[in-house]
Write a protein that binds this ligand. Structure first.
Ligand code: HMG
Ligand code: MG
Length: 301
């Protein structure tokens, strides 16, 4: 099996991780985290979300965060945008890449964004048309592709139908997300195979929460399908407030360790990545969720 020689690691800790913290993390700490991730060599760092502060108060400081991070040329700092209001605020804050996010099931769409799938696509159609005028790059994330906390199993064909609609709006990439981490490798392969019938595999990414400890195995299954972009979260931060029981994402350190072992290039520096994880865990006052960070830190002590 030929695996990709290079993988783009799409860091989601500052957004997916910090949106899920009970205590609101100060702007300084968010900026400190993002700057450290930049220094670690990541080329895509999801910085924050321009969503309703009533829904996600943790990221209400989005504009300030974007204004204060040190942006390095060649690094993307995408932000989540749910509607036109979010897009306008993101543009005012100087964003160059947005992430629109939909769901493969009606119930999750309703719980997460208070609209049906069709309504979300209509909102995004307006968002994408406007973003294109500003030369903003658009990524599309699709939740609950491997199982839904409200509807249970999700048919791969249902995933591919919504993925196709999102892609048609002008996304440069579609990210297939296992929001609650219930997927297993066989299922992951089935979903990517179904979606790849409509969207080229090089336009697909994987986003695996590690709730059931399957994230790395699912990543490997997706690599075997030819997927070469993976979301992960430093120190395994993360979750979704509208998906009960969803724990952290696949830890970036764990992903990197596996990719290094497979001799797959990422451009990410493990030592600096671990430092970024220590920085945020120090602030949150809890140990890292990354087994690799724990092992390497213990070894170095
Ligand atoms: P709504 O309540 O139906 O919207 O929410 P609304 O239009 O009625 O607005 C309600 C209030 O929010 C109004 O304020 C709006 O102005 C304001 P009020 O008049 O009451 O003072 N508002 C906004 N403020 C700032 N920025 C905005 C914005 N929009 C409205 N963009 C809405 C609909 C979509 C806004 C809401 O449901 C929402 O913000 N949802 C976001 C939920 C979210 O961020 N979830 C987590 C991210 S997704 C995720 O984690 C999954 C992912 O990781 C992949 C995976 O693992 O599956 C990506
Ligand atoms: Mg997520």
């Amino acid at each position: 099996m030929n695996l990709p020689r290079k993988v783009r690691v799409f860091e989601v800790g500052p957004r997916d991780g910090l949106q899920n913290e009970k205590e609101i993390v100060p702007v300084d700490v968010k900026v400190g985290l993002i700057d450290r991730l930049t220094q670690a060599g990541l080329t895509a760092i999801e910085a924050t979300s321009f969503v309703s502060p009533k829904w996600i108060p943790q990221l209400a400081d989005a504009a300030e965060v974007l204004a204060r991070i040190e942006r390095k040329p060649g690094v993307a700092y995408p932000v989540l945008v749910p509607n036109r209001k979010g897009l306008d605020a993101a543009i005012a804050a100087g964003c160059e890449e947005i992430v629109i996010f939909g769901a493969a099931t009606e119930t999750f769409s309703k719980r997460n964004t208070n609209c049906t799938i069709a309504e979300s696509l209509a909102r995004f159609s307006e968002v994408c048309a406007e973003a294109a005028k500003h030369a903003i790059r658009i990524r599309g994330d699709l939740s609950v592709c491997l199982g839904c906390p409200y509807e249970g199993e999700v048919a791969p064909e249902q995933v591919s139908a919504v993925a196709r609609d999102l892609y048609a709006l002008g996304c440069y990439e579609i990210c297939i997300a296992d929001t609650i981490g219930v997927g297993t490798p066989g299922r992951t392969r089935a979903v990517f195979d179904a979606v790849a019938r409509h969207i080229p595999i090089e336009k697909l990414a994987g986003h695996f929460h590690d709730t059931y400890g399957q994230a790395l195995a699912n990543t490997y299954a997706a690599l075997e399908c030819g997927v070469a972009v993976f979301d992960s979260s430093v120190a395994g931060l993360g979750g979704c407030p509208y998906a009960k029981g969803a724990t952290g994402n696949l830890a970036t350190e764990d992903l990197l360790y596996m990719l290094q072992g497979l001799e797959i290039e990422t451009g990410v520096d493990m030592a600096k990545l671990i430092e970024a994880g220590q920085f945020i865990c120090g602030h949150l006052g809890r140990p890292t969720g990354s087994r690799v960070a724990r092992a390497l830190t213990a070894k170095a002590a």
